[in-house]
Ligand binder design. Structure first.
Ligand code: CAA
Length: 379
């Protein structure tokens, strides 16, 4: 076994850290407060190659491995989880899905632009009545010969109003159940496609979450990804990799909060000494650091499994389940270390605590991760 990161990995990690500190940190509190999408910052992330990290260079991607992606996601998420969810969805759900399962025309038309961040993508699976129970799709894609007629509503869509390309999961043949579901590439601006109001969220408030409405949208047949009826497997397979991205986001939120707690504990004095001299604080830091290290190893294991073409469904789900809990626990403790200052916005930890919660919900709740893990264990 080799636990050493390569020179390339360290360079990616350093570049992501530098970008997060210089470009994302300024204004992060205001963007959260006013729910402002980090448009300029996302554009720069695209220019630096963070939006198509694992895409083959022949489609304008970075050609990097999943370990590099985990390292970059951690650094970006330490500072701005609203930016990192854009990065995660674009990389692991949209780019990966099209690269793995799309045809050459779809790759040339969409992937080459998504990989550079010239445009960004959204992944549309969830519905008002189909969250965890993802096979219960009510959105329909009626087969009309050379096009599908798309009708329905999607909920909680990340990049809802800022994307140009939307992968929409919809039911074509109800009688076939999940085997009658398709994944369609829908372009912003197609007639009958409407973007609903922005959600007012607890956390990741800078990200752009909307419901989407489709009324008789004509989606050309050539925009279907894979064979007829492949849509549900497409969604499941894509989400299996997406979960590594969200696990790394959770890891970054935790390690960001931990670093702030360490720094503060060395500055703040109580009872005549820095609070880091008190065992009550030392024990909190020790627990945080141990949990974060375990979460990091799970994320890297899942990334390694993906890079070595091993099955990463279970390891990705374990990484997400564990890292999201560590994010929640660590951020709560980081607020506690900061005391009253932790409760106000300028110290960042309250935002990280709010941001942490979604990592236990999106791309499969913690309960869904336990289903995925236990099914693998009991196979
Ligand atoms: N890869 C490929 N195929 C898979 C798969 C995978 N990882 N997992 C399941 N499948 C296939 C199965 O083989 C099965 O196909 P067959 O019947 O042909 O064999 C089919 O999918 C259905 O599988 P199940 O019978 O296991 O389906 P289920 O109804 O029991 O559901 C579930 C399984 C794990 C609970 C699934 O519904 C699930 O993952 N739910 C959570 C959905 C989710 O993660 N939503 C997140 C929304 S996206 C998001 O949050 C993005 C964002 O914006 C940040």
């Amino acid at each position: 076994m080799n636990f050493q990161l390569t020179e390339e990995h360290l360079a990616v990690q350093a570049a992501a850290r530098e970008f997060a500190q210089t470009e994302l940190l300024p204004g992060v509190i205001e963007r959260d407060e006013h729910q402002k999408f980090p448009a300029e910052q996302i554009k720069k992330m695209g220019e630096l190659g963070f939006l198509g990290m694992m895409v083959d260079p022949k489609y304008n991607g970075g050609g990097m491995d999943t370990i590099s992606y985990v390292l970059a996601m951690e650094e970006i998420s330490k500072v701005d989880a609203s930016a990192s969810v854009v990065m995660s969805v674009n990389n692991s759900l949209v780019c990966w899905g099209i690269e793995k399962y799309g045809n050459e025309e779809q790759k040339q038309k969409y992937l080459t632009k998504l990989a550079t961040g010239e445009i960004i993508g959204a992944f549309c699976l969830s519905e008002p009545e189909a969250g965890s129970d993802a096979t219960s799709q009510r959105t329909t894609a009626e087969d009309k010969g050379d096009y599908y007629l798309l009708n329905g509503t999607k909920n909680w869509i990340t990049n809802g109003s800022s994307a140009s390309v939307y992968i929409v999961i919809a039911q074509t043949d109800v009688a076939k159940g999940h085997r009658g579901i398709n994944a369609l590439i829908v372009e912003r601006g197609m007639e009958g496609f409407e973007i609903g109001p922005k959600e007012n969220k607890l956390g990741i408030r800078g990200s752009d979450t909307h419901s989407l409405m489709f009324t008789d949208v004509k989606v050309p047949k050539e925009n279907r990804i894979g064979e007829d009826g492949f849509g549900f497997k497409f969604a499941m397979s894509t989400l299996a990799g997406g979960r590594i991205g969200i696990a790394s986001q959770a890891l970054g939120i935790a390690s960001g909060a931990y670093e702030l707690a360490v720094k503060y504990s060395k500055e703040r004095k109580a009872f005549g000494v820095e609070i880091s001299k008190h065992q009550a604080i030392q024990f909190k830091l020790a627990d945080m650091a141990t949990n974060i290290e375990a979460a990091r190893l799970l994320c890297l294991q899942a990334a390694y499994d993906k890079d070595t073409h091993a099955d990463y469904g279970k390891s990705g789900a374990m990484a997400k389940l564990f890292a999201s809990k560590v994010a929640m626990d660590t951020t709560i403790e980081a607020v506690q270390v900061h005391g009253g200052y932790g409760f106000v916005k300028e110290y960042h930890v309250e935002r990280l605590m709010r941001d942490a919660k979604i990592t236990q919900i999106y791309e499969g709740t913690s309960e869904i991760q336990k289903i995925v893990i236990s099914r693998e264990l009991l196979k």
